[in-house]
Design a protein around this ligand. Structure first.
Ligand code: 5GP
Ligand code: ZN
Length: 110
């Protein structure tokens, strides 16, 4: 059953989005409108609106998002060249999808 949160639906495999990595906690997929040659989204399966809504119990989720971002950076070959990890927080911070996600952006030409 589709709910009205796009990233909940993607994380449940209910869309055509190609999932690059999945574990019990999160999924990783390509941003549909990339801002760089590499632009991945690291998305927890738990619906959390934004960084503002994180609870103390969510600390392991956040830690795992960052560790998997590190691993994905290596997988797609940007570890050494470098990359950005970015959370947009609420409308004024550029957030348009209100389900927590970490942007992994890189792969620019030297
Ligand atoms: P935000 O601005 O909320 O931090 O970032 C949301 C990101 O989700 C945007 O970069 C946007 O391009 C991406 N996005 C929006 N809809 C879809 C979609 O249906 N599939 C994928 N793969 N990415 C999406
Ligand atoms: Zn959601």
């Amino acid at each position: 059953m589709l709910n009205d949160c796009l990233f909940c639906n993607i994380s449940k495999g209910q869309t055509a989005t190609e999932i690059l990595f999945e574990n019990d906690t999160l999924v990783v997929f390509k941003d549909i409108n990339p801002h760089a040659p590499v632009h991945l989204l690291i998305v927890p399966k738990k619906h959390i609106r934004s960084i503002n809504d994180l609870m103390d119990d969510d600390q392991p989720i956040l830690a795992e998002m960052i560790m998997i971002a590190r691993d994905m950076a290596a997988t797609v070959g940007v570890s050494q060249s470098g990359y950005k990890l970015l959370f947009n927080v609420e409308k004024g911070g550029g957030q348009v999808i209100f389900h927590l996600h970490l942007h992994l952006i890189g792969g620019w030409k030297k």
